[in-house]
Design a protein around this ligand. Sequence first.
Ligand SMILES: *Cc1c(COP(=O)(O)O)cnc(C)c1O
Length: 423
Amino acid sequence: MWSPSDTPDWLRTGLDHLWFPYTQMKTMTPPLPAVATRGSEIVLADGRRLVDGVASWWTAAHGYNHPHILTAMAEQMARLPHVMFGGLMNEPAARLAGRLAAKLPGDLNRCFFAESGSVSVEVAMKMAVQYRLNRGEQRSKILCFEGGYHGDTIATMAVCDPEEGMHSRFAGLLPRHVVAPLPVDGERRGHVAALVEAHGHELAAILIEPLVQGAGGMRFHDADLLRFLRDLADAHGLMLIFDEIFVGFGRTGALFACEKAGVVPDIVTLSKALTGGVAPLSACVATERVFEGFWSDDPEHALMHGPTYMAHALGCAAANASLDLFETEDRLAQAAAIEAQLAAELAPARDLPGVRDVRTLGAIGVVELDTPPDTERLRARFIDRGVWVRPFGSIVYLTPALTIAPDDLSRLTGAIIAELRAG
Ligand SMILES: *Cc1c(COP(=O)(O)O)cnc(C)c1O
C-alpha cells in the first residue's frame, strides 16, 4: 500500500522532532501524513481518502474548507490578521461578542476571548473565584464531577475525572477541589447536596459539561440533572459554569446544550467548533450578575487575565463566518437527520457480543464496549476500511461534521458494525 515515493520528506523530519499527544513515542504507530482536507474527507500523501468520523476533535462542524469561512478569513487576513487587544479593539471580535450574546440564552452577555478551551475554563474558574474575592471572601474550590473533562492544563486537570485526569500521579502539583458523582439519581443527588452543604463555605462554583460528558467517556445525562444543579447553586450562592466546549454549536441538536436543557448557567465556555475548526479560539461568556461583581472603582477588582493572542481577529472572523452558516444553512436540521441515521444504523451493534451500550444524541453516536479493545489495532483496521474513527477506552464513537452526506455517514456506521462483528 505504501511506497517510498508516497512518503513526503517532512514525515521523517516530523518523526524525529515532534512530540505527539498522549502517545508513547517509543511504541507508537507512525501518524499518517495528511495533505489535504475537503468536506468530510481527509486526503493522505499516498492518495488515500478517509471519511472523517471525528471532525478533527469535534471542531469541523461545517466540514473542512467551507468556502464561506475561507473567504472571510482571506479578507480578514489581507486587512488585519491580528492586533493586540490591550487598548485596541478589532471589528470581528466586537461583532462576534455581540452575536454570541444574542444567541446564548438569558443575559450571558459578556464575552472574554482566549485561544484554547482549557484557558477559557481557567478563566471561568478565575471569574468565579475572583467574584468572591472582590466581595472580600476567600472561596477557591470548585465542585466538579466524576467522568468530567475540562482540559489538560494544571488548573483544568484538577477538575477532570480523578482517574482520567491523573490526579494521583500529579497529586503534588494539583490543587484539590471537590469531586462528586454525577447526580443521576436520588441517592447521588443527596450525596452531592451533602457535599455542597459540607464544603459550601469554600466553594466558588459548580462546573459541568451539560448533557454530554465528552472526552471522559461520552456519557449522557438529562436536563433534570442540570436543573437540580441550578437550584443547588442558587441555594448556596455558587456560580454554575457550563463547559460547552464539546457540546456547543449544534453537537447535541441545539445550538447550545444549555438552550436545549432550558437551564441558564452563570458562565459558559465555548471553543472547539467556535471557528468551524479552522483556528484556535475560545470564549468564556458571563452573565450581567457576574460582570457586575467586577464593576467597581477599585482597579484591583478588574478581571486579572489577558492572553497575548486574545480576541484573535482572524479567528474571530472565522467564528463569525461559522455563525453565518448556522444562520443560512440549516445545521440543526442536519444534526437531527444525523441523529436519526446514527440511531438506526448503530442499533444492530446492540446485539453484538462485547457491546454494553449504544446511544445517540444529536450528531453524537456512541458504542460502548464491555472492555477496552486493542485500540491501536482497531484504529488501524478503520483506516484500512477508509474511515477515520478514533476509539478511546471502551468507547467507539462518531462525531461527524454536521454537513456529512448520508452515504458517508453510512460508511462510518457500516465500518463500526463490520469491525465489531469481526471481533
Ligand atoms: C476539548 C475540551 C476542553 C479543552 O479544550 P482545549 O482547546 O483542548 O484546551 C475543555 N472542555 C471540554 C468539554 C472539552 O471537550
